[in-house]
Ligand binder design. Sequence first.
Ligand code: FB9
Length: 470
Amino acid sequence: MGAEEAVLSFLESNEEISDSGKFSATIGIDHNEIVNIIKSLHGFRLVDAQDIKREWWVLTDEGRSYTVAGSPEVQLFLAVPPEGIPREELQKKVDPTVFKIGCSQAIKNKWVEMGKGLVSRKVIDAKDIDELKRRKLIALQTWKGYSLRKGPNFAPKRVKAVTDLTREHLQKGDWKGLEFKDYNYNARGATLEAGHLHPLLKVREQFRKIFLQMGFEEMPTNNFVESSFWNFDALFQPQQHPARDSHDTFFLQDPSTTKQLPEDYVERVKHVHESGGHGSRGYGYEWKREEADKNLLRTHTTAVSSRMLYLLAQKPFSPRRYFSIDRVFRNEAVDRTHLAEFHQIEGLVCDRGLTLGDLIGVLHDFFARLGMSKLRFKPAYNPYTEPSMEIFSYHEGFKKWVEVGNSGMFRPEMLLPMGLPEDVSVIAWGLSLERPTMILYGIDNIRDLFGHKVDLGLIQTNPICRLGVQ
Ligand code: FB9
């Protein structure tokens, strides 16, 4: 008979099992096996189990070494079980000498007492215990068991609850007698061993949704390598500008130069740099084609904006809203929050008669969707925008104004050589993807977010990103 059957059948005809230890000894099944069954039956409310705990002192190995030729009173004390023992039984259990001498000494030490023929242990008083503990002669032994009675769901035989109704149950018709397991609404779903999105990609997705909701189209940014022409010259950024120095820009060795540029447009760019036009004086320097031909890793996604605006100018004009979110590269000093590359976010609106007021308005709309409703603007300088503004937002958490981006109106010296109509203007702004991501995820070192030292655990466990939700 198994342990479960033994427990249930005993309880079927008896009120209780008062001591699981004695019960396991009676039926000859290991107590640990009985305990496991009791826990399971208790969990399904077939039995109602109460803990029993007993503690007693046992001799340590050292303490036992004393009992080899130990004193009669110690031998006698140890022969008395915690629950006591009849005098005659004890007399048979130990050597007569030990019984005779040990009894009198043990009673004198107040270790045992003789009550109505039963010899029982007296609680050794604290000082003896402490003395024996101190000498490491005794250690506390604990035994845990159960007393149990029928539970509310008691049955002489446990009906294994099934979890699902199957085709076989329906075919056999035995579904009628089945016990269905209660549905555990608190169970956690199985862990999905699936892929995980990097925090930057989650935040990028949030920004992408915001731009698309605002009616912006995504620009094609799938070229990290760009010519200096599209990255700088087309933006009216002069060839002597420090940003075009190899200390700030990664130039390519191979292929070091671009293959093809729209020659008629290049001529107009050359002219506007050297002599100006459209009301501009230009820069008055000798513009060099070989400088414009140099290949580099794009330093901003504004290079893509210049390509898109040029394409827009090659057909009858229609207003457009474009955005881009992708990697850019700058050969600058790295620190805790800056690497030699980052993801730039850029938005632009191209239409007739746009003003700085339109730029301020679209910035309020955009940043409000990020949860930033308090903005301030500070005049700034960019080589390709005039006027330009730095954008600040009041961060309630940090209790301070935080720079959240840069913006401006592309200069006529950039737009008119492309061939855009005279009354068309372009408002644009930019920010990074890393800064908001680091703030949202509480990351203060960019190397914990991007690069070869990133902890993949962060990628697997980082929470969902909800931009703009307070
Ligand atoms: O992202 C930036 N800050 C930022 C943005 C969002 C944000 O959200 C938090 C949840 C609250 C928090 C902070 N910045 C721009 C400002 C600073 O971090 C600055 O120190 C670093 N800047 C980068 C450039 O660093 C070399 C951020 C990056 C940047 C700056 C300017 C542009 C793009 C990215 C631009 C532009 C532009 C201007 C005119 C026309 C077209 C594009």
